[in-house]
Design a protein around this ligand. Sequence first.
Ligand code: PSU
Ligand code: MN
Length: 334
Amino acid sequence: RLKVLARHLLGGGAGSGCPNCACKDASKRAPLELKFSPEVQQALQQGKPLVALESTIISHGMPYPQNLQTALEVEEVVRQHGAVPATIAIIGGQPCIGCDRQQLEHIARRGTAVRKVSRRDMPLVLGSSLDGATTVSGTMLLAARAGIKVFVTGGIGGVHRGGHLSMDVSADLTELGRTPVAVVCAGAKSVLDIPRTLEYLETQGVCVAAYGADEFPAFFSRHSGCKAPCRVDDPQQAASMIRASHELQLGTGLLLAVPIPEAHAAEGAAIQQAIQESLQEAEQRGIAGADVTPFLLESIRSKTGGASLAANIQLVKNNAAVGSQIAVALAAMS
Ligand code: PSU
Ligand code: MN
């Protein structure tokens, strides 16, 4: 007890320690309670391959009921490929690693009324027992705490156009620089400044690879005009890179960008036009901050008469298939 008291008094410095003072007594650390679904809990105990999935894509990325339908179908794609899905969300202030149908339905129905949670929102949502849908950054950090190494989504946030002036740079990019989770996506939308997004990822030390392509993909389009820093061609190669990253304890994430399948990239041109118009509208209406991405997604969806939504759903499923194969290959290595 005296030792502990002495450490309290002398410990000093911030860090992960006692919540009541600045000492580093780990035994006094407030426990972070993650709520695991039975399926995820069992997978973790048995060392089965796991794939994390985000919830902002459900609440803010798609309308109801397609969002719920897609969330359930994507989980099914993961299972069909031999991995266990863990959709991550915050319910009543508790991080849920794996959501049941009722929880998914809750987030899907409430939509944008559920708070969009990136890293900076965690203290508020957990501290005030709120519901939250986690973005790529929020999902990555909870996946890492849960011991999940592979995470599948549609698209990541990035440097917004004009972001070098507005400093609107998604927290997804800094999260990739500080959290060791591999994110499988379809690249970044061309609503973003893709060259600067790639520059920023390099600065953050993030390994970025295009999957089966030389070019970094642009979500609805297989082409961004930017060469990807590297290329991987199969799940084993991707898994080897993830393993190397963990072995070296780099502490950074990896970004694996899978081009949208040819068959669904067809509507590209119409979507491109809608993107341009939506960007102009966002600027005219003064949309800013965390509202920018949800505004653009909904605007593009309505302007393309749902074509962008259909393409979005297909690319997420394709990413889920690839990500699950990578998770299976990674689990087989360890
Ligand atoms: N891009 C999409 N669909 C999405 C998002 C991005 O095509 O649903 C969501 C993701 O949750 C991503 C977040 O992490 O938007 C980025 O938001 P912001 O640009 O505010 O950082
Ligand atoms: Mn932003």
